[in-house]
Design a protein around this ligand. Structure first.
Ligand code: 0L1
Ligand code: MG
Length: 267
């Protein structure tokens, strides 16, 4: 899927990165980029994402984690794909546990409940297994990802969304740090509440049969590029349910079985 050479020249990749990041920073939407570049390939898509990452790091942002997206069977079926997509998280995306997220800084945010891994040893693919992931995991905890596609009405194709850093915008983690080996993460239940009402619920197996699979596939993805997941990396493994739209004033809480609760409020 992603081993081609880029087909777009460096100037076009930089221009696309600037267009998408400007939309992110100014909270405005844009048509999907494949309308202008219908033949862009996976390498182009990840090259645009990488250029956005360089822009942020160049301005002093710190990379604080990685994410897998489209990891639930339901979402993969819906999008007609058989492999997840991957992005990065910066310190600018972090919302403190129980903290506030400014809705006006975002375009059309949605929240999704996720299980989060933090590694204590490097993980390298290809061929990374669930067992290797669990052995390399320091702890797991609950997280809520706020996704905010820069594309008008969330209308995109996969290459456009990879270029847009997989709709990453904000995230919160919290609750109780747990040893992954003490839990059956396939049957770990999650309940997402908005303003005290249950809006989504699911179990860990919704993500690729076991959320550690998302980490293994991330290691494989990086391994094909000669990279690895470093020790100490926080990884969002992907939404366990459909994403839920939020408005200013909404309080969102995630209860994850055995992992307590994490929450944020949109202001
Ligand atoms: O984190 C995610 O699963 C988002 C992937 C990108 C697709 C979307 O914006 O729904
Ligand atoms: Mg997500």
């Amino acid at each position: 899927m992603d081993l081609d050479a880029p087909s777009l020249d460096a100037a076009t990749i930089e221009a696309l990165a600037e267009r998408l990041e400007d939309c992110e920073l100014q909270a405005r939407d844009t048509p999907k980029i494949t309308l202008d570049h219908p033949r862009m390939n996976w390498a182009d898509a990840y090259a645009v994402q990488e250029a956005i990452r360089r822009r942020k790091v160049g301005r002093g942002a710190r990379i604080v984690g990685l994410k897998a997206g489209l990891t639930s069977f339901a979402k993969m079926r819906q999008m007609g794909v058989d492999s997840p997509i991957f992005g990065f998280l910066t310190d600018g995306f972090v919302v403190p546990d129980g903290g506030r997220c400014r809705h006006a800084e975002l375009i059309h945010p949605k929240v999704e409940p996720e299980l989060v891994f933090v590694t204590k040893a490097a993980l390298a693919g290809p061929g990374c297994t669930i067992a290797e992931v669990l052995a390399a995991t320091d702890f797991v905890l609950a997280g809520i990802e706020v996704i905010d596609s820069r594309y008008r009405d969330f209308k995109f194709d996969l290459k456009s969304v990879v270029a847009d850093n997989c709709s990453s915008s904000r995230f919160v983690v919290g609750g109780i740090m747990r040893d992954a080996r003490e839990l059956d993460l396939r049957t770990t239940g999650v309940v997402l509440e908005k303003n005290g009402e249950v809006v989504a619920l699911g179990a860990g197996a919704a993500v690729l049969g076991h959320p550690a699979n998302a980490v293994a596939m991330l290691a494989d993805h990086l391994g094909r590029r000669g990279q690895a997941i470093p020790a100490g990396t926080l990884i969002l493994t992907g939404g366990l349910t459909e994403a839920v739209a939020v408005q200013p004033g909404d309080h969102v809480a995630l209860h994850a079985q055995g992992m307590g609760c994490t929450s944020l409020t949109f202001v």
